[in-house]
Design a protein around this ligand. Structure first.
Ligand code: SF4
Length: 351
């Protein structure tokens, strides 16, 4: 697998590449200059399972705020830089564990070389980010439009600029909102380089469309053994990005841990508010540290049988439901006590 052979890169207290676990990233949407708001958001993201966090650094105040932010969080902090090499240097001086730049738009070779020198002194990795939306004109012309081949060439050109400065602590990200193009670009680049890849579908949209596009795109890429760290981009609360990323990794068998909730689609037999109940169960189990499957089924006739693979579950009836374990009914419970009964079972799972 490609990811087993990628170069190992240290990002603060975490490691990616070389077959290490795929780490989940997100990005804050606070003003980085507002350190307390940014810290509060990162804390929520850490609790949700975020393992690397990126903050935009558009001003010197934002770069300086990184120092305070870093003191108050436990996960590596990545500075997102656009255009201004001074921000990249200031971010590193203020404790960034990694920087994300596009070497092509940082102001020329001399300025890039200053950034690389600063990174080298501190052994800070550089993520080279290329986005299909900003593909160079000559590559658009060469390939007859924006193509996977063009994106890959652009990324490798940027990587070569840093390699020429004798620096190799590099992570690559190539992004496109076109899911198929993005998947193809990752297949191509995996054949040409051994740097770890940060994978994500850019501008994927709101919670609904973004989750679908990200799941498909990341699914196609990760299932080929490609990808060392992921970010799900959603127009919404970044905590949702982390929840989705965790489920994607778990669904692909790339992560264990956490409770998986399965629920039936409901049908004419359903006599309880199963949709409401399933949502409440999903929310309830989010912070329970077990690695099991929980079923939420709509009826006692088919529910227990259909939930055979679940470790535990509930199935609704009329005014009451049943608690089930591996498809067997354990006991009857009044409908309004179903959720509490399930929670109780989970909290005493290992007793
Ligand atoms: S478990 Fe019962 S309610 Fe749910 S879909 Fe199956 S038959 Fe319908």
């Amino acid at each position: 697998m490609y990811r087993d052979k990628t170069r190992v890169i240290h990002i603060g207290n975490k490691v990616i590449g070389g077959g290490n676990p795929i780490l989940i990233q997100s990005m804050t949407n606070t003003h980085t200059e507002d350190a307390s708001a940014t810290i509060a958001q990162i804390k929520r993201l850490e609790d949700a399972g975020c393992e690397i966090i990126r903050c935009t650094v558009p001003t010197i105040e934002a770069a300086e705020a990184l120092r305070e932010i870093k003191k108050n969080i436990n996960i590596p902090l990545v500075a997102d830089i656009h255009f201004d090499y001074k921000m990249a240097i200031a971010a590193m001086e203020n404790g960034a564990d990694k920087i994300r730049i596009n070497p092509g738009n940082i102001g020329g070779r001399d300025r890039l070389s200053e950034v690389v020198r600063c990174a080298k002194e501190r052994n800070i990795p550089i993520r080279v980010g290329v986005n299909s939306g900003s593909l160079e004109k000559d590559l658009v012309e060469k390939y007859g439009g924006v193509t996977a081949e063009g994106i890959v060439e652009s990324a490798l050109d940027k990587v070569a600029m840093i390699e020429d400065m004798d620096y190799h602590e590099i992570v690559i990200s190539i992004k496109s909102s076109d899911v198929l193009m993005c998947a193809r670009a990752h297949e191509l680049i995996a054949e040409k380089t051994s740097y770890p890849l940060h994978v994500g579908i850019t501008e994927s949209g709101t919670l609904w469309s973004g989750n679908i596009k990200s799941s498909l795109g990341l699914g196609m890429i990760l299932s080929q053994g490609i990808g060392d760290t992921i970010r799900v981009s959603l127009t919404g609360d970044p905590v949702e990005e982390v929840r989705t990323a965790k489920l994607i990794l778990r669904t692909l068998g790339l992560r264990s841990g956490g409770i998986e909730v399965v629920s039936c689609p409901t049908c004419g037999r359903t006599r309880i508010d199963l949709i409401g109940l399933a949502n409440k169960v999903e929310e309830m189990v989010a912070d329970i540290p077990l690695d099991i499957k929980v079923a939420v089924m709509g009826c006692v006739v088919n529910g227990p049988g259909e939930a055979k693979e679940a470790d535990i579950g509930i199935a609704g009836g009329i005014g009451e439901g049943v608690l089930i374990r591996h498809g067997e009914v354990i006991r009857k419970i009044p409908e309004d006590e179903l959720l509490d009964a399930l929670r109780d079972e989970l909290l005493h799972w290992n007793d």
